[in-house]
Design a protein around this ligand. Structure first.
Ligand code: C5P
Length: 236
């Protein structure tokens, strides 16, 4: 198992998710769930996954709302015992601070890690500039949001492999999570900023979120090797 690896369970069907979970569990340290499973099964799905022998559940609902609403979401979700959860840094400093303050009210052993999404890994420079009206470079935007998030007290940030090295300088010892992990010759699908696992670790990522490139394979060790993550590197 490599505790740096997080498997994204992007399913709505729980049986399907649990089948993948059983197959991948020996290799990863956490499982991430999002809108698919939560909208279909409610937050109780967190307990079902934990009952399946998973210690770390990452709730990726990417909260983005007014401060009061996000604080409410953090309070409610934390009761289900999640290890890590996400919000969008672009929700602004008051929203982030409200979430951070709410997380601090949790019992110390139950407080979730709060990580902020900088710029989605599905977006590229063109979309950012021509559709979202952000005139600065994508790298500068990721860095600026990462600084804002961590200055407001987040435990870490989510960015692509491409920005991870620069973000390490910006956020110091805070957590860096990188999705968009693919084999170097693989399909990018709906992602725009991708990299393989070896590059992510070399760039200083603490955690790698891996979804379809891992979950669609019947042989997780082989899938990870194709992403530069050698099975020999996994402690038994
Ligand atoms: O299948 P794939 O590896 O592309 O899945 C990536 C996962 O990481 C998805 O669950 C997606 O919601 C999540 N994610 C992301 N980009 C971010 C934050 C989270 O792709 N910036």
């Amino acid at each position: 198992m490599d505790r740096r690896l997080i498997c994204a369970l992007d399913y709505a069907d729980l049986d399907e998710a649990l089948t993948v979970l059983d197959r991948v569990k020996p290799y990863v340290g956490a499982f991430k769930i999002g809108h698919g499973l939560v909208l279909q099964h409610g937050l109780e799905v967190i307990g079902k996954i934990r009952d399946h022998g998973v210690e770390r559940v990452f709730l990726d609902l990417k909260f983005h709302d007014i401060p009061n609403s996000v604080a409410l979401a953090v309070r409610h979700a934390a009761r289900y015992g999640v290890w890590m959860m996400t919000l969008h840094i672009s929700g602004g400093p008051a929203m982030i601070t409200a979430a951070v303050e709410e997380a601090k009210t949790c019992r110390e052993d139950e407080a979730p890690l709060l990580v902020g999404v900088s710029v989605l890994t599905s977006l590229d420079q063109h979309v950012l500039r021509d559709h979202l009206g952000v005139s600065r470079t994508l790298e500068t935007q990721v860095e600026s949001l990462s600084r804002l998030g961590t200055e407001c007290g987040l435990d870490g940030v989510v960015c692509s492999v491409h920005e991870a090295r620069a973000i390490r300088e910006a956020v110091g010892h805070k957590i860096i999570v990188t999705p968009g992990i693919r084999p170097s010759s693989g399909e990018t699908e709906d992602q725009a900023r991708v990299g393989d696992g070896r590059c992510a670790i070399e760039a200083g990522a603490d955690y790698l979120v891996i979804g379809r490139a891992l979950t669609s394979s019947s042989d997780p060790a082989r899938a990870l090797a194709a992403m530069g993550l050698e099975p020999s590197g996994f402690p038994a």
